[in-house]
Ligand binder design. Structure first.
Ligand SMILES: Nc1nc2c(ncn2[C@@H]2O[C@H](COP(=O)(O)OP(=O)(O)OP(=O)(O)O)[C@@H](O)[C@H]2O)c(=O)[nH]1
Ligand SMILES: [Mg+2]
Length: 328
């Protein structure tokens, strides 16, 4: 913010920041813009604020015409898991979703670019995982539907910016999520609050680790944070570690891929069935058809069985990559 704004404008800005509803924000922002003196030194500020105003207006129209059920925040699940990409503004959430999926959310160097969530599909070997780019988490304007979207997801990717106070960003975001009853699952044991909480698997992506020159910064960060956080250094810009990121997402979703083999034929290894880790032969059969579940007598399994094609019972626990022939 330039320091040479007249006091009326400063006050209007404070009112804008304190405003709670979108309508109030729009009114206060319009007033604030009208009180900024027009000269070269304020060109960028006025342009930024006008952009923010038009986004607020667009968001308010979207909200008016659309019922809660059809809201942009209700995103149908697709693929093997629903993963939300969350964090403070400008850390590169949209850039990561653009780099990893078929979606093309807007990426820009000014804050508060993203206003609505955008889903995209991320290919991981032979499956697709849904990633959702989200608006920044912001105490000035808490979007309750965004918090619901995070609660419904299977995994949270919390993005911080290695080049801009990553520790504060991480701690603030975790505190913010906790205020909204969302807690990283690996810290579940430490929470003694009485309120019901939602525990979610969470991975921290330390973005903008573009090349070796920033590795030392990442190592320092890792040392300062200790073992409390699963951290993965990545770069949306140079693509660094994006393959590791896909693997890490797959592992944290706790899913397995199982292939069906019709008797006497080869299995189709390009189209796996996706199941939760710990699923049994009976779960697999039920996923194909209810009748299979009821009538299943035994199965032959290649992979996790002691030997290839071993006959197993309904309760045999399957593993990632198993091939199963159901016997009915
Ligand atoms: N050097 C570098 N810059 C990046 C990287 N990822 C994103 N950026 C830049 O960071 C800025 C913000 O990127 P966005 O993807 O729009 O950030 P965001 O988190 O979606 O921001 P909001 O939508 O405002 O919450 C842009 O200028 C990007 O080009 C990265 O890996 N390395
Ligand atoms: Mg964005």
């Amino acid at each position: 913010m330039p320091t040479n704004l007249p006091p009326e404008a400063v006050e209007a800005e404070q009112r804008y920041r304190a405003a709670r509803s979108v309508a109030e924000k729009i009114a206060c922002l319009e007033e604030f813009i009208s009180l900024i003196p027009k000269h070269k030194g304020t060109d960028k500020l006025r342009a930024d604020l006008r952009r923010r105003l038009s986004k607020l207006k667009a968001a308010s129209q979207v909200r008016k015409g659309v019922s809660r059920r059809d809201s942009a925040f209700r995103i149908e699940r697709e693929g093997a898991g629903q993963v939300v990409v969350v964090g403070p503004t400008n850390v590169g959430k949209s850039a990561l979703v653009a780099a990893l999926t078929n979606a093309t959310p807007e990426v820009a160097d000014y804050p508060y670019t993203t206003w609505t969530p955008t889903p995209g599909m991320m290919p991981m070997e032979n499956i697709q995982i849904q990633l959702i780019d989200t608006p920044p988490l912001n105490r000035d304007y808490v979007e309750s539907e965004l918090m619901d979207l995070i609660r419904r997801s299977d995994l949270i990717l919390l993005v911080v910016d290695l080049q801009t106070y990553p520790i504060e960003q991480l701690e603030d975001t975790i505190a913010f999520l906790q205020e909204h009853r969302i807690v990283p699952r690996h810290l579940q044991d430490r929470y003694t609050e009485q309120r019901p909480m939602t525990f979610k698997p969470l991975l921290v992506l330390v973005n903008k680790n573009d090349d070796e020159s920033s590795d030392e910064d990442f190592e320092v960060l890792q040392e300062l944070l200790g073992d409390d956080w699963p951290l993965l250094p990545v770069s949306a810009t140079t693509g660094r570690n994006l393959e590791r990121l896909k693997q890490a997402v797959f592992e944290r979703l706790e899913i397995i891929r199982v292939y069906s083999k019709p008797p006497g034929k080869e299995p189709d290894l390009s189209t796996p069935f996706v199941l939760k880790k710990g699923s049994t032969v009976a779960d697999f059969a039920g996923g194909i058809h209810q009748d299979f579940f009821k009538n299943l007598k035994s199965a032959r399994v290649w992979g996790s069985a002691v030997y290839d094609g071993q006959m197993v019972g309904r309760d045999h626990v399957l593993h990632d990559g198993d091939v199963v022939e159901l016997r009915i």
